[in-house]
Design a protein around this ligand. Structure first.
Ligand code: NAD
Length: 301
């Protein structure tokens, strides 16, 4: 059996691709505004003091400026009531200047996240979490696709990776990553047309399933759980996981770790995403794309 060497491994560089795509979106926004339309406007609602959530929201808001969008950040302390949060959501639904908005998850424990998701107008649900958008995704109908799996599909597409007939194994069945990812990969199209196995916390012989994967997507949140002996030679490995792992030698006191043990696994792969700089930036650019789509749809309505 031939051994794949590190030189054969190609990096799926989400950072570089997302920069290219932000440039494309910025050009489209310039044309849109030159045609007399208002700049697309994304709002983000951030509840509480969670450091990771704050970082994600900051990135999203900064990216809006990069592509010429308006952005609004609404911040409230963790002691907000469900009623107060729903009032904010209803206000954004009714505000004609807002094209799309997100409520950053996770929410503090006393809040009912599902009720909040269901309160968002599906036409402004640029995170794609509302049951209407999830249902459209399951049925293969147009709608907003959650940003992380959408970003992964774009990455596969723009890297020219042929997914036809491949066996894809997705680890993790969350409604924001694993489940929509499995649906998108199994859908008819390119990328798509995969035979998909969806693994989760109750899967028996996870390593055995993973070894069968031509495309392996890890979306669990357990740092470096995927090791080389779980990966088929030549596989395409997409690492969605982002966990802050304490490291006193790091500037911020922590490092970001993916679900894949990169150093161990990369030499076996044909393609692999790094963490950071892989799926994360593609998530943000997909959110921007969804917001531009929402702005265009509103204008047509
Ligand atoms: P989640 O906690 O909602 O879901 C985790 C899933 O992993 C569950 O479905 C569970 O069944 C499965 N799981 C748990 N332990 C397992 C095990 N031992 N074996 C197999 N499956 C197991 O998490 P999520 O929201 O889907 O996020 C997953 C990871 O992706 C997290 O690290 C999160 O930070 C990261 N994430 C990254 C981005 C990005 O833009 N890169 C976006 C969203 C989430």
């Amino acid at each position: 059996m031939s051994q794949t060497t590190m030189q054969d491994t190609r990096i799926l560089d989400g950072k570089a691709l997302s920069e290219t795509m932000k440039g494309e979106i910025a050009d489209e926004v310039k044309e849109w505004v030159a045609a007399g339309h208002p700049a697309p406007h994304l709002a983000a609602v951030l509840i509480g003091e969670d450091g990771a959530s704050r970082t994600y929201v900051d990135h999203k808001v900064r990216s809006c400026a990069r592509v010429g969008f308006e952005s609004t950040l609404i911040q409230r302390t963790a002691d907000i009531t469900q009623e107060e949060l729903l009032e904010i959501v209803h206000g954004l639904n009714d505000d004609p200047s807002i094209d799309g908005f997100i409520v950053q998850l996770p929410l503090p424990d006393h809040l009912d996240a599902q009720a909040v998701i269901e309160a968002v107008d599906p036409a402004k649900d640029v995170d794609g979490f509302h049951p209407v958008n999830m249902g459209n995704l399951a049925l293969g109908l147009p709608g907003f696709v959650p940003a992380t799996p959408a970003g992964i599909m774009t990455m596969l597409e723009r890297s020219g990776i042929d997914t036809q007939g491949k066996h894809a194994v997705v680890i993790g069945r969350s409604s924001i990553v694993g489940t929509p990812m499995s649906l998108l990969l199994s859908r008819s199209g390119q990328p798509g047309n995969c035979t998909v196995t969806l693994c989760h916390s109750r899967t028996v012989d996870l390593a055995g399933h993973c070894r069968e994967a031509d495309i392996l997507v890890a979306a669990v949140g357990r740092p470096e759980m995927v090791k080389a002996d779980m990966v088929k030679e030549g596989a395409i490995v997409i690492d969605v996981g982002i966990t802050r792992v304490e490291d006193p030698t790091a500037k911020r006191g922590y490092r970001l770790k993916g679900d894949v043990d990169y150093a161990d696994v990369a030499p076996r792969c044909s393609w692999i995403t790094p963490v950071p700089g892989g799926v994360g930036p593609m998530t943000i650019v997909s959110l921007l794309r969804n917001t531009l789509t929402a702005a265009r749809a509103k204008h047509r309505a």
